[in-house]
Each structure stands twice: as structure tokens, then as C-alpha cells.
Write a protein that binds this ligand. Structure first.
Ligand code: GLN
Length: 194
């Protein structure tokens, strides 16, 4: 039984798609747009989209401080693509003023697998799960990480394998877009930890 409700940060990006996957799994979902909603969730998905835009909207909506506190207190969180960038400890090729929550000890390079034109689909082998489809769209590349990070899947884009699904405590980071495929395996993995 998953603690409820599970939130999807609904400022920009693939909000509807994540809500649809979670609802399809029978979970009570809330699209989080306010501090009150954020305060009430038992877990949170930060979707893909544009990390600079989501960061700016976190500030204008007043949610940055509360989300930072909730993450520090161990709120279960799944950050996909732009969401992973927001959870990372540092960003290479970010905007000069780009900040992140530093929830997961990974250093990511924005658009590290190439720009929009280099977006691709592949199969990702996830520890304990097996093969899942991986849609990479201007995806962040994890270039370094600390020992406290568990790597659950890697992808080799020609320069050697790099992590594409990681976990550190209650925080999960995924370079690709699990909400854009028929597989709900990544969401199920996350939900099992809420
Ligand atoms: N490259 C985008 C960013 O920096 C992320 C792309 C995505 O979420 N599909 O925010």
C-alpha cells in the first residue's frame, strides 16, 4: 500500500504523462502547484521539461524553500530528466545562475547525450527489473557520483557506460523519460519505496 497522495510537481514539463502513469497504477495523485499541496504529499515526482524554467517557477511559486526542506527531511522523490538535474549536486553546462537541490550526489552535464536532434530511444537494463524502454530527450549525463549513490542502470552512448538510473536513500534520479513509454516499471520501483 503506497502512502498517499503522491505528487507530481506541476509547474512545467511532462506533468500529465506522469499523472497518467501513477493514476493507472491506482495511486492517488495530486498535481502540485502550491505550498499547501506540496506539504501534503507522501512522495513527489519532478518531471522532465526545462530545468531552468522549473527552477524559476519554484521560486515564483514560493515552493523552493519548502521543497528544499522536505527533500532534506527525506521526502521520497523521483526526478526524471530535468527533474534529475534539479536534484543533482552540480550542473555542468547549466545557465550561470542555475541552482539545484543537491539531493543526489551526482554531477550532471545538461544535454550530455547531445541536443534535441540527438534524442534517441534504447533499451535500458535495470537491476532487479530487467529491460525497460528508455527515451532520452536532451537528457542529462551523469559524469561523476559519490559512493553513497547506487547505480541501478547504465547506458553506453559510445564513450563507456554512465549511470542513467540512480538512487540515494529516498531520492531517485533517471536520465530518461519513463513516463513516455508503455512500461510503468520505474514508477513501480519508486512507489515501492514510499
Ligand atoms: N535539457 C533539459 C534541461 O536542461 C532537460 C530535458 C528534458 O527534461 N527532456 O532542463
Amino acid at each position: 500500500m503506497v502512502a498517499a497522495p503522491v505528487g507530481v510537481l506541476a509547474l512545467q514539463g511532462d506533468v500529465r504523462e506522469h499523472v497518467a502513469v501513477l493514476s493507472g497504477l491506482g495511486v492517488e495523485v495530486v498535481a502540485v502547484r502550491t505550498e499547501q499541496q506540496l506539504a501534503a504529499v507522501a512522495g513527489l515526482v519532478i518531471p522532465g521539461g526545462e530545468s531552468t524554467t522549473i527552477a524559476r517557477l519554484l521560486e515564483t511559486s514560493g515552493m523552493r524553500t519548502l521543497l528544499s526542506e522536505r527533500l532534506r527531511d527525506g521526502l521520497p522523490v523521483l526526478g526524471t530528466c530535468a527533474g534529475l538535474i534539479l536534484l543533482s549536486r552540480s550542473i555542468v553546462d547549466g545557465r550561470d545562475d542555475q541552482w539545484s537541490f543537491a539531493t543526489i550526489d551526482v554531477d550532471v552535464r545538461r544535454n550530455g547525450f547531445g541536443r534535441q536532434i540527438a534524442s534517441f530511444e534504447t533499451t535500458v537494463d535495470v537491476d532487479g527489473v530487467g529491460e525497460v524502454p528508455g527515451v532520452f530527450i536532451r537528457a542529462p549525463k551523469i559524469e561523476s557520483w559519490s559512493e553513497s549513490v547506487t547505480v541501478l542502470a547504465t547506458h553506453d552512448h559510445g564513450t563507456g557506460p554512465t549511470p542513467v538510473l540512480v538512487r540515494q536513500g529516498a531520492a531517485w534520479g533517471c536520465s530518461f523519460h519513463p513516463e513516455l513509454t508503455d512500461s510503468s516499471a520505474i514508477h513501480e520501483l519508486f512507489l515501492a519505496t514510499i
